[in-house]
Write a protein of this length. Structure first.
Length: 95
């Protein structure tokens, strides 16, 4: 997986700076990914594009997504104050 992290918007509310982060995760392994587990640390806001698991800081494909084809992208969006969250692949399976 290749991750490209971009801040696409910033604003201030009640004296706090907020940032809209967009992370594009591209499947670069050459095969479709059928299972993906990500660790996302230092996340303080809402996140969209992945589903939270029962384990702390762990996320996986949203329920409607069963695979990420080779070369395809998954977009993850989150909003928070402060620095970017840290994202790492913990486990994945290919078709």
């Amino acid at each position: 997986m290749e991750f490209v992290h971009t801040v696409t918007n910033t604003w201030k509310a009640n004296g706090v700076d907020y940032y809209r982060h967009v992370v594009t995760a591209k499947n670069t392994c050459g095969h479709a990914i059928t299972y993906l587990k990500l660790q996302i640390k230092e996340l303080s806001g809402e996140i969209y594009g992945v589903s939270r698991t029962n384990a702390k800081d762990m996320y996986e494909f949203p329920s409607w997504m069963t695979r990420l084809d080779a070369g395809a992208q998954l977009t993850i969006i989150y909003i928070q104050g402060g620095p970017a969250a840290k994202i790492a692949v913990v486990e994945y399976k290919t078709a």
